[in-house]
Design a binder for this molecule. Sequence first.
Ligand code: ADP
Ligand code: MG
Length: 682
Amino acid sequence: MIDYSLIPVTMIKGVSTLKQQELHAFGISTVQDMLLYFPFRYEDFRVRQLSEVKDGEKITVEGRIVSEPVLQRFGKKSRLSCRIMIESWLVTATWFNRPYLREQLFQGRDILVTGKWDQRRLQLTVSTSEFPDRGAFRKDTLQPVYSVGGKITQQWMRKTIAQALTQFGETIPEILPQELVRRYQLVPRKQAIRTLHQPQDAEEGKHARRRMVYEELFLFQLKLHMFRALTRKRADGVVHEVSNSTVREFVHSLPFELTEGQKKSVTDILQDMRSPFCMNRLLQGDVGSGKTVVAAVALFAAVRSGYQGALMVPTEILAEQHMRSLTKLFEPHGIQVALLTGSVSVRKRRDLLGALQMGMVDILVGTHALIQDDVYFRKLGLVVTDEQHRFGVNQRSVLRRKGLNPDVLLMTATPIPRTLAITAFGDMDVSSIKERPAGRKPIKTYWVKHELLDRILNFIRREIADGRQAYIICPLIEESDKLDVQNVIDVHVQMQQAFPDLQVGLLHGRLSAVEKDAVMRSFGDGETHVLVSTTVIEVGVDVPNSTLMVIMDAERFGLSQLHQLRGRVGRGQHQSYCVLIADPKSEIGQERMHIMTETEDGFELSQRDLELRGPGDFFGTKQSGMPEFKLADMASDFAVLEQARDDAAELIRAEEYWTSPMYALLREEMQKDQLFQGELMD
Ligand code: ADP
Ligand code: MG
């Protein structure tokens, strides 16, 4: 098998070392990269009949020049025109600013012109023209349009890829198992690649694309499955030895009974933890489904089997909250919980790290501060990451490497569409909590215009009179912008004036950790009635007595974010409400507000969000570990993705796979892939 990923692009005729450097910017360094650099669209140069084209269309037609060209100059600009007989029509063709073409336009010469058709005036504004007697023009084809820039021009790219196809196109090997090619009647690889660059028609292009999309997703899935199998095959993970009765004792000490989803998740997790393989599990569950307590059971099991546990969260507020709730849960069992965040004082930090290293701390809760270089555990057995979608993949692996292959549990409250789940977390086992704890009522959501603010204030007052609490969220446009904080401060003042007899708290990112903690504590204890806040409370915050979430300028938030915010209420027995205050101008904006009032299902919301915003935006940052595909589209190629996943799973189950050239090839690629980096040890 010839491996084109080893042949440098300079082997293609016409690619100098200078060009080679420029191609780097496009991620092209080998012949394979070049062959797989597919056009993002095609220009239709197929010759058509004038009688079948519509006014204003861009067309290519064939004709004969029947008049002397006329050239007019206006300063630097010029206009060249001549008459062309096309079928039985006499058409005026016009070239702007290409005076040098005049010599080539002589009567009786055949010509192919592409341009914009003006039906009424029988005129064609020419963008390109060719002369068949020169043989340069490929008639009846779609021309590829590549993403180019800098010194790489469209023409050069077309020519070079065509050259690459001439030199190497015939020997492109098939890499998919024959069985799959047959099963799905896929176009052979070399044909598909050629067609994508030089399709004859749309139908052919469609088949070629289908083949390459399948290949792309299949290989990706194969890598994920391999990764999983490789990390699982290494039976050198931590074996947590803990009895069911010990765990049951803890579960019974909880103030409530676990839901079915929670029980099932706990069972999955304990099974993984007890095995010699590394747990790599995602716990997925909508906001308020009760993931924290599942993590608590897992951490308990880790400690009881003689190990330490770590719980990493994205914000200090959340870290403080988990610290409080875990301490409450674990104290009766004599388990030591400690907190490490960026704002722990130097001295305290030093003491804490010492205690951690000596094994005097059983569970460490914290933010990114947990993964700094000088943090050593004595015996780290389990790592839990809460709100995983807020972290990049790398952080996960750094923490994993702190212990001797600790078990890893990731939790995410942002239910992500299945497509994205498969790709972003495809290397993991998944447990889901589908239901919410019993007795919860649906959160009633309303969308109102700003002008109704007075009524909302009355509403807030009534809830507080009933003994409940409320959040008022203000948007933050740029974290660094002072004005935005001013916005939340203004609203705070406004609310203090509206409710002079109530305690109105204020929370935003510019407060110190100590101040934030004091504010959250006061709200958590029910001393503060109304909390005016930025989105710093977006994830994880849990104050079950709060029943009203008011979101100002709600059109500024994404659907998933609104859903997260709304998830701060509806956490107790009481009826809860979410009020979106928004005057969206655009139709999409209004649509989004409607969607929010219609559904409370996080999965559905995320799907709608994906459709409205596109996958690129979904996770916010590139950091999130979402792979980028050349051809596949996460929204429309969903069915293929699922099929590819199953096929890949089937393939690696076969013993022969692990000695096949395909395995060797992918293994190599995985070593270079950021997605697997650091986690794939030999
Ligand atoms: P999330 O999944 O959003 O992280 P939490 O873990 O914060 O949810 O749980 C939401 C609330 O529900 C918390 O107040 C928690 O104590 C409570 N809770 C969790 N599990 C149950 C249960 N099985 N029965 C009743 N309440 C529960
Ligand atoms: Mg949570």
